[in-house]
Ligand binder design. Structure first.
Ligand SMILES: Cc1cc2nc3c(=O)[nH]c(=O)nc-3n(C[C@H](O)[C@H](O)[C@H](O)COP(=O)(O)O)c2cc1C
Length: 180
């Protein structure tokens, strides 16, 4: 039943020092690879960071959330507008950039990140989507070109906490039947 891992998943922010096995990491990335995307463009890239210094630099660029670097692995998810059209090559994109194609690649990459978060849980690991960075702050840390949009910093490791469930809206609040 798919609902069980969905109910069980939490954002995890405390990690054991234990490293993450490469086999588990591969399964997690495989889950992202198989995600659906508009026109099957698969506009995503994932940077897997184990190097401690780089993890610290990424954490510093993510609003100084130092706890991020305590995870043995940090995955950085990047949406690539060039997957929609090669005409975008070299174009500067950031949070202020308008346009449907950037929305499309962000939409698709979000799906892949959701799959990552669920497979992380399935592997007995914990993770948290972290989004408090700017493009100009984080791209230079990892040498990411200006035509790529960084969407998430995802620390991954064995959980050292069991967070309680955060509240969610009720179905009545979010579901309408037949018409708005
Ligand atoms: C787009 C996005 C950005 C987030 N950024 C951060 C972040 O920078 N730091 C953090 O601690 N949690 C971050 N979170 C985690 C949320 O706070 C968390 O998902 C939410 O409170 C619900 O809790 P749960 O994931 O345990 O169900 C982010 C989540 C999302 C989806």
């Amino acid at each position: 039943m798919m609902i069980e891992p969905i109910q069980r998943r939490r954002s995890v922010r405390k990690f054991l020092k234990k490293p993450v096995e490469d086999e588990k990491l591969t399964e997690i990335l495989e889950a992202a690879r198989l995600a659906p995307s508009g026109n099957n463009r698969q506009p995503w890239h994932f940077i897997v960071i184990k190097d401690e210094r780089l993890r610290q630099e990424v954490a510093a660029a993510t609003n100084n959330q130092a706890w991020i670097a305590t995870a043995p692995v940090v995955i950085v998810a990047v949406a690539d507008i060039c997957a929609r059209s090669e005409n975008y090559a070299g174009m500067f994109v950031d949070e202020e950039t308008c346009g449907f194609d950037l929305k499309r690649v962000i939409r698709d990459t979000t799906i892949a990140i959701s799959y990552i978060l669920l497979e992380v849980d399935n592997q007995g690991l914990g993770a948290c989507w972290c989004g408090t960075f700017t493009q100009e702050g984080i791209r230079p840390v990892l040498g990411i070109p200006e035509d790529k949009f960084v969407l998430a910093v995802i620390p991954v490791g064995y959980p050292a906490e069991e967070p309680k469930a955060k509240p969610r809206k009720t179905l009545e609040e979010i579901v309408k039947y037949d018409r708005w």
